[in-house]
Design a protein around this ligand. Structure first.
Ligand code: PLP
Length: 435
């Protein structure tokens, strides 16, 4: 399959190049030349398949001929070795729990898939050079990337983060692993961290010595696995005998990667009737749906912190996939929620429905409740475990909650952190001593 840049159709890449580089050289994002449509018979059988089988079948349709079938099989089966339960909440509403991976965030799915694909490219490259993933985190993505790559042969991850900005759980999720994961605390701001990484990618001397890649969320290798669970949810609902022309999904949005995956799944033939877009107060995309104007702005901190995006990166992909504003409005409707809304949704859902929501998931569940129409079957995506936002969730319900062992183990580990100053030289010097 050939991939084209969203900026210039003439800029193309193979899957391997697209995965290794993330962004296209012109700054655009890669999209496949054509999205394969899956046969109707395939949709009918989804309910009889396991999550891994569903996922492998879709990956195979999408990447046929690009990657050895056995390799792809292993990549998919190792990525999705945890369940994705679909919870029936009554009134035709469901919650799809995407957070049962190692860091209890849905980002585990994309990063685990990407790490294994990169390992495959490493193993098949004659030079056998290690692939170095260099990435900046403001909190949420670092743990998922570190755990996605942890122990994957042929890869080493460097996670940079600004001093004094992250919670201790967030830092523990990537600093306690050791092995091929290195945590680097920068004595500076988030933009200092970003500048360091940008300089590294633009440093010819460094690229000569080391193979560098980023694990950006726009990477096509993170987008594809996010289509799997839409098919999975469809199969689970179909098995229960619902009218499957009525499926509506509600997606908590930040950079719009998850939403883009829903659109891709729909293009592949999955009958998603409508998509509900859930925003926090950073409602750039909801405003776009309402007004037709896409106006990026500085993001504001909210309780659903991983959705705090002022300039959603996947917007160009959505435009390319769907066309104009009118076409987007035909299948999408946006809802935005303040921090107060988020807290009251968590409290009410706990008291009345005995289900505990994370702040991110709360936006999607509230949007589903507000936006679902009679006759429709709704699925809200729950993207993170409630214990990952402990103080918010405990504050909302007025009770203490149990932290699952999956998260506790990070607290009990010993952190290994390298401290550097905010200049690029300090990072480069450190990196060159690593090889
Ligand atoms: C990243 C993230 C989101 C937003 O997903 P996008 O694909 O960036 O839109 C939502 N919830 C959680 C918990 C996340 O980590």
């Amino acid at each position: 399959m050939i991939f084209h840049s969203t900026k210039d159709y003439n800029v193309t890449a193979s899957i391997r190049e697209a995965v290794l580089h993330g962004y296209a050289p012109d700054g655009g994002q890669y999209l496949p030349e054509n999205i394969p449509t899956l046969p109707k018979a395939f949709m009918m059988n989804l309910g009889d398949m396991t999550l891994q089988e569903v996922s492998y079948a879709i990956a195979n349709y999408a990447l046929q001929g690009d990657i050895d079938a056995q390799v792809l099989h292993d990549v998919v089966f190792e990525t999705l070795n945890f369940p994705i339960p679909l919870i029936d909440m009554g009134d035709n509403r469901h919650i799809l729990e995407l957070f049962h991976g190692p860091t209890m965030s849905f980002k585990d799915i994309g990063t685990r898939f990407m790490a294994r694909l990169l390992a495959h490219y490493h193993a098949t490259k004659k030079s056998g050079r290690e692939i170095n993933v260099i990435t900046v985190t403001s909190g949420h993505s670092g743990g998922a990337i570190a755990n996605g790559f942890y122990g994957i042969e042929g890869t080493h991850v460097y996670i940079l983060y600004p001093q004094g900005q992250l919670t201790s759980l967030q830092i523990a999720q990537f600093s306690t692993l050791g092995g091929n994961v290195t945590a680097i605390e920068v004595n500076g701001t988030l933009s200092d961290c970003k500048n360091i990484v940008m300089e590294a990618f633009n440093d010819p001397e460094l690229s000569k010595k080391m193979l560098l890649t980023s694990a950006k969320s726009v990477n096509i290798a993170r987008l594809l696995p996010q289509t799997f669970y839409y098919f999975w949810a469809y199969g689970q609902l179909a098995k229960q005998g619902h009218d499957m022309s009525q499926m509506v999904v509600s997606v908590p949005c930040g950079n719009l990667g998850n939403l883009t995956a829903a659109v891709v799944a729909r293009k592949m033939g999955l009958p998603i009737k409508r998509i509900i877009v859930a925003d926090n107060k950073n409602d750039i995309f909801t405003q776009y749906l309402r007004t037709g104007k896409f106006v990026p702005r500085e993001s504001e901190p909210s309780l659903a912190i991983a959705m705090d995006c002022g300039n959603p990166r996947n917007f160009p992909r959505l435009e390319k996939l769907l066309g104009d504003h009118a076409a987007m409005c035909k299948i999408m409707e946006g809802f935005a929620y303040s921090d107060e809304n988020i807290v009251s949704t968590i409290a009410r859902t706990w008291q009345q429905e005995h289900y505990l929501l994370n702040p991110h998931s709360a936006t999607a569940y509230q949007a589903l409740t507000d936006g679902l129409r009679p006759g429709e079957i709704g699925v809200a995506l729950a993207t993170s475990h409630p214990a990952k936002a402990l103080s918010t969730v405990e504050g909302a319900i007025g009770e203490t909650i149990e932290v699952p062992a999956t998260l506790m183990r990070f607290f009990n580990g010993i952190g290994h952190i390298t401290a550097i100053n905010s200049g690029y030289k300090s990072f480069k010097k450190f990196l060159l001593t690593q090889g």
